[in-house]
Design a protein around this ligand. Structure first.
Ligand code: AMP
Length: 284
């Protein structure tokens, strides 16, 4: 698909700047974002910053993996032109009295991830907004892995007329289906095996949805797999990928994009996963 940004450039505009934002501990999922963004721009900026504002009390801010040397190598291998890895003092010079001005991410930010982490999305949008202002990208790639974050960033860009192309990049998975995450390093071998049930549960739900099942039946199928694996999810939900509004009506005649998403603790590690698919429309 031709990128909007590339089309602008073909029309004789200035070189295009791309941005990929991360918290480091980079893996193949981040590399996929860099590669996608590289194709769409002339100068690629990678930010690496473990943003304290998006962590709540008792979360893993202090223990979050920090692997800057290896990250710089992966960045160079994936066509990054500039790495922006600021300190807390650079990002928030008035800390801890900052931010005095912040964004209200709206009602969607209080659901799902936001229900478990009430200040999370305000912190995410704060840092995304700041880095957008510092880098001034034309195009930015975000992972489908954090589907609610992607929906909120896209909404912010649209609502505030930021004029940035936000590209969604599909989830990169390990050979056995586990969604890649910097937090997978917290899992023991037994927990990692148990974590495979997350993707299997989502696939079971997608199958039910594609065979004409109702949203409630889709969610039941997911929960059944998780329960059988002794897992108790924080939430399982079926939502519109763009708005993150819940889909709970049964319209098997209507084909529409849906995101089946869940969060679940495996041992002490909270993992996210989701699958995008077409719900309804008499797929059979
Ligand atoms: P993080 O470093 O976890 O904050 O993630 C930075 C960006 O990488 C976000 O846009 C994530 O959605 C994306 N990302 C993380 N894991 C994956 C993955 N397995 N596949 C695709 N994108 C990912």
């Amino acid at each position: 698909m031709a990128s909007e940004a590339k089309e602008n450039q073909a029309a004789g505009h200035r070189p295009l700047r791309g941005l990929v934002m991360t918290m480091g501990a980079l893996h193949a999922g981040h590399a996929a974002l860099m590669q996608e963004c590289r194709k769409r721009c002339d100068f690629l900026v990678l930010s690496i910053y473990v943003n304290p504002l998006q962590f709540g009390p008792g979360e893993d801010f202090a223990s979050y993996p920090r692997t800057l040397e290896a990250d710089l190598e992966l960045a160079a291998a994936n066509g990054v032109d500039l790495v922006f890895a600021p300190s807390d003092e650079e990002m928030y010079p008035q800390w801890p009295t900052t931010p005095l001005v912040s964004l209200n991410p709206g009602p969607v930010a209080r659901m799902y991830e936001g229900a478990a982490r009430p200040t999370h999305f305000a912190g995410v949008l704060q840092v995304v907004n700041k880095v957008f202002n510092l880098v001034r990208p034309d195009v930015t790639c975000f992972g489908q892995k954090d589907a609610q974050q992607l929906a909120l960033v896209s909404t912010m860009v649209r609502d505030l007329d930021m004029g940035i192309e936000v590209v969604a990049v599909p989830i990169e998975r390990d050979h056995d289906g586990l969604a890649l995450s910097s937090r997978n390093t917290y899992l023991s071998a037994t927990e990692r095996r148990q974590a495979l049930n997350l993707y299997q549960a989502l696939r079971a739900g997608v199958k039910v949805g594609q065979e004409g099942g109702s949203p409630a039946e889709v969610l039941t199928a997911v929960r059944m797999v998780l329960t059988n694996a002794d897992l108790n999810p924080d939430y399982v939900t079926l939502v519109d990928p763009l708005t993150f509004n819940r889909i709970d009506d049964n319209r098997p005649d209507l084909a529409r994009p849906a995101t089946l998403a869940l969060a679940c603790r495996v041992g002490k590690t909270r993992l996210l996963d989701n699958v995008c698919f077409t719900l309804g429309g008499n797929n059979l």
